[in-house]
Design a protein around this ligand. Structure first.
Ligand SMILES: C[S@@+](CC[C@H](N)C(=O)[O-])C[C@H]1O[C@@H](n2cnc3c(N)ncnc32)[C@H](O)[C@@H]1O
Length: 434
């Protein structure tokens, strides 16, 4: 019986009624993404005794909203997401912090807040306000289910690749020296850097030594323990890269990529033929529990000695120079935060101009807002819900994106407005086509 409310095509299902009662009729966990903007507190009269928003205090408003969010928690799938756009209100020149107070209570209900997104209204209007700054943004809270009994992080769908945005500069380019260095530092650069267009990817020690400090490896030991892997660009792999100034520096690495297993087998043979045990080697080199890794064959536990340790080990175990070149030759490789080839994370400030819509008596969503939310979190065969649907922008966007959706709205008048908008759509898909 309950399953009858689940739409079987991308034409949005319209339900007229009070969200608090209608959500109860939906099956548990049937929704993948909720995108909504409820009436803000004391903002607009919608002319219905069951409307939310006209309560006399923020406290009463929050308690009504919590009834809705409790239902939403129930109907949302464990992998689901909830995007809540909600505005604030001044009372006698005092901002009431209504959204924050609601979110605070929602955490008790079992929600985890993943982002407080700033919706910056690029077309904000001039105002007559003279004693404070004009409000130019609203928050959009991105929430997921947080099972408090679970020691793991919340699990939910997040399809970042679908919402990545282009990098500001050419995606494959390595930054130019002038992007990261001051004028004085640029003056000091060695000749090899003269074209100044891009930082060289690999350099030899003589050049490294002439570099400004800013581009040099930070940390206790110079050697990062890495050697060139299979990919040409290994920038951005190490946490150290992110800690360095502007995320760029040169790190000393092995020039060659040794066959670990071969080297370790060789080292084991040399150790077994010597008078030293593994712990003797640690003692001789002034380490504890380090040498053991150089003799382990398992991938999880093995590691190769640094070029310096290799030389000391060679003296101690008196082995020949078969692997010397491969184990000790180093150069310096540019490290930094690598740009993702598919673009960058769009971030938590969404610059979107407000939408106008003649048929509705309230602010409707700009389509870009639910679009981003749905694309990032709703699987292709998923279901979107807006419990305060208004003119149904969420449903319209869901339909455009080929997602099924359910629109709950208190006011009967909006049924026709929604139907008019939805009927215009031609890209309707049925369940079997999803
Ligand atoms: C700000 S509007 C939503 C606009 C919508 N985001 C759009 O783009 O068209 C809020 C809507 O919530 C409705 N509403 C108020 N109280 C409600 C309730 N208890 N249950 C369901 N809808 C309610 C109002 O009638 C109004 O249409």
């Amino acid at each position: 019986m309950k399953d009858k409310v689940i739409p079987n095509s991308t034409y949005p299902k319209i339900i007229i009624g009070d969200a608090r009662e209608e959500l109860e009729k939906l099956p548990e966990g049937c929704i993948d993404t909720v995108v909504t903007s409820p009436p803000y507190w004391q903002q607009r009269e919608y002319g219905d005794s069951n409307q939310i928003g006209q309560e006399s205090s923020p406290k009463d408003y929050i308690s009504n909203m919590l009834e809705v969010t409790k239902q939403l928690h129930h109907v949302l799938d464990d992998d689901g997401s909830f995007f809540l756009n909600i505005g604030d209100k001044y009372v006698e020149k005092d901002l009431q912090m209504v959204p924050s107070r609601l979110i605070y209570e929602m955490k008790e209900q079992g929600w985890a807040l993943r982002n407080k997104i700033v919706w910056y209204k690029t077309n904000h209007m001039p105002t007559s306000i003279k004693d404070r700054f004009t409000n130019t943004w609203e928050p959009i809270f991105f929430l997921v289910k947080d099972d408090k009994n679970h020691y793991l992080a919340p699990r939910y769908n997040f399809f970042l690749d679908r919402v990545r945005i282009p990098h500001q500069t050419d995606k494959n380019s390595i930054p130019s020296p002038k992007d990261v260095l001051s004028d004085e530092e640029l003056e000091e650069l060695p000749n090899e850097f003269t074209d100044r267009e891009t930082l060289p990817y690999k350099i030899e020690k003589e050049i490294y030594d002439q570099l400004p400090e800013r581009l040099k490896t930070k940390g206790k030991t110079e050697y990062s323990g890495k050697f060139e892997g299979t990919s040409e660009i290994n920038r951005g792999q190490s946490p150290g890269a992110r800690m360095s100034v502007k995320g760029l520096y040169y790190s000393r690495q092995r020039k060659h990529d040794p066959n670990e297993e071969k080297v370790i087998k060789y080292l084991r043979k040399c150790r077994d033929n010597s008078k030293y045990s593994t712990s003797d080697i640690d003692d001789e080199l002034g380490y504890s529990h380090t040498a053991g890794h150089w003799f382990r064959l398992d991938e999880g536990g093995r590691s190769l000695p640094s070029p310096e340790d290799w030389k000391r080990l060679k003296e101690l175990l008196e082995f020949d120079d078969t692997f010397d070149k491969i184990m000790t030759e180093t150069h310096y490789v540019l490290q930094g935060v690598r740009k993702h080839p598919k673009g960058k994370n769009p971030g938590d400030m969404w610059e979107i101009s407000t939408a106008s819509f003649n048929d509705a008596h309230f602010a409707v969503f700009p389509k870009e807002l639910p679009r981003k939310a749905i694309k990032a979190t709703c699987p292709k065969d998923g279901i979107v819900l807006d419990p305060f649907a208004g003119a149904g922008t969420t449903g319209k966007v869901a339909q455009e994106l080929g997602r099924r959706s359910i629109m709950v709205e208190l006011n009967e008048e909006y049924r026709e407005i929604m139907k008019k908008r939805f009927r215009e759509e031609e890209n309707q898909k049925t369940l079997s086509e999803l």
